[in-house]
Design a protein around this ligand. Sequence first.
Ligand code: PEP
Ligand code: MG
Length: 582
Amino acid sequence: MTSFTLHGIPVSRGIAIGRAHILAPAALDVQHYLIADDQVEAEVARLQDAITLVHAELQNIWNELPADAPAELGAFIDVHALILSDPMISEMPLDIIRSRYYNAEWALVTQIEELSAQFEEIEDTYLRERKSDIQQVGERVLKALTGSANILPKGEGAEGGASMIVVAHDISPADMLQFRNRAFSGFITDVGGQNSHTAIVARSLDIPATVGVSNASRLIDQGDWLIIDGDAGVVVVAPNSVVLDQYREKQARQMRERKKLGKLKKMPSVTLDGTPITLLANIEFPDDCAHAMDAGAHGIGLFRSEFLFMGRTGHANQLPSEDEQFESYKKAVIAMKGRPVTIRTLDIGADKPMDFAEQTALNPALGLRAIRFCLSEPQMFLTQLRAILRASAFGPIKLLVPMLAHAFEIDQTLLMIEQAKAQLREQKIKFDAELPVGAMIEIPAAALSLPMFIKRLDFLSLGTNDLIQYALAIDRVDHEVAHLYNPLHPAVLYLISTTIAMAAKAGIPISVCGEMAGDVQMTRLLLGMGLREFSMHPSQLLAVKNEILNSDLNALTPLTRKIVRSFEQEEIIEAVERLRVM
Ligand code: PEP
Ligand code: MG
C-alpha cells in the first residue's frame, strides 16, 4: 500500500508508532431500508451468519485469554455468549425481518433499542447494568454484519512490540476514560480542537495525539501501520522503512530527553535570578496524584471534579453521592501529603456532558454550564460542597469555582458554602473553617471586572482555555475554527497580563491553570508578565521547570512589557520566539 500523510492539530506530544484500531460506533452507521418479499430468507440467513460468527469470535477470545487474566474477564465473555444465545437476540430480530421487512441491521438495532428500554425500567441495579452488555453484544453483531472489526481489540495493546493507535471520528472525554487502563499508544480523531476536553485527557494520559485530522477514520484502514508525530500534528499512514527508521530514532531521542528531565524532579523550582516559582498539577481523578507527586508538584492547582460525574452509565445513581465524593477528595488530599489540593466545583456542560442529562442548548458553551448549572441545582451543589468541606479536615484544600461572571453568582456561591458549613456544624462534622475560596477567571467579563472578584475571594486562577474561547468567539471543540484559536492574540495577552498585574498589585494569589501554563513556548512570556504559579498536567511539569531554571526575570520582564503593549500579531510572535532563545 502506498504511504500518505495527513495533517491535524497537535494536542499531545511525542511520537507513537503502531497499528490502527478504528473505533467506529456501528450503531451510528446503520442503514435502514425495506427489503422485498423474496429477499427475506437471504436477509435472515445474513443475520444468522453474523450471530454465528460472533459466537466463534467470543469462543476465540475465551481460548486466548492469558493465564493471568482476571477471573471476571472470563465471566464477562460468558455473559456475552449467553446474551447472544438468548432468543431475544438470536430469534426476535429474525422475526422482525420476516414481519416488517426490515434489513438485518435495522431489525437488530430495533430489537436492541427495545430491550435497552425495557432494561432501563428494571429496579435491580445488577440487572439494569446488563443493558450495556446487550448493547455491546449488539455492536459486535452489527460489526460482523457490516464486516468491520470489533469495538475494542481483544488484546491489551502490544503485539510483537506493535502497540495500537485508536482512530475515531470523535472520542468523548467520557469514552476516553475507558482507555486509561488500556495499552493504546496514540489517538487520532477526525474532529476536535487544541483545547477540547478530549485533547486535554489525551495529554493527561501522556500519549501522542492528533485531532482534527479530517476524514482520518475513513482514509485509514483497520490494522494500517501509523506514525503519529504529536509535536507536528502529522500522521503518516503506511510509512516506508526509511521513514519508519527516522521516526524510531526521533522517538528514542525524545525518550532520552525525558530521562534527562527526570533529573530535575528534586531540584528547587527557581529562576536564574533566584525567584521561586510554584509548580502545581492538573488532575482528573484522585489516582492522578501519584503522577503529580512523582513529577515533584507543589500541590494540585486544578482537580477537575466533573470527571467523577462523567462515565456513570451502569451506575445505580446518576450522580456520585456525598460519601462517594468525600472519599475521592479525601483520597487526593491524603495522596498529596500536606501539599494543597485545589478542587474545582462541578464544571459540567458544553464538551463535558453528563451521561444522563440530554443537552438541548443550541450553544452549550454559552449555556447553563459550570457554576450556572450548580446554582440551578442547589441540592446537588450543596452535596458537593459538603463533600469537599468534609475532606478539608484531612489536609489543605482550596475550593475553586468555574465560570463566574457576576457579583451575585459569587455571593450566592459563598452563601451556599456557608450553608454547607452550617449543615456540617449541626451534624458535628469537622472541616476547615478557613477553607480558601477562589474563582476561575475564564470569561472575559470576569477579567475586565477583576476588582469585583478580588474584593470577595481568596485567590484567582486564570482558565486560559475558556478565556481564549470566549474572547475570540471560537468554539474550542470545533476543528473548523481551530486555526483561529490563538493564545498570542493581542486581546488575549491584554486580558491575561492585566489580570496578573492587577492581582499582584492587590496581593491576591493568582495562577494559570489553562493549557498555556503547560506549554513551554509560553513559560517565559507568563513569567515576564509576573506569573509565579503555574498549574498543568504532571507530564508537562518537568519541561516547564527546565524552562524556569534557565530564565532570568531581569532580562525577560522589560521585553515582555513591550510584547503586551504591541497590537501587531507578527511582532508579538517574533518577540515571543526571541524570549525563548534569550
Ligand atoms: C480553562 O478553561 O482554562 C480550564 C482550565 O478549565 P477547563 O479546561 O476544564 O474548561
Ligand atoms: Mg474552563
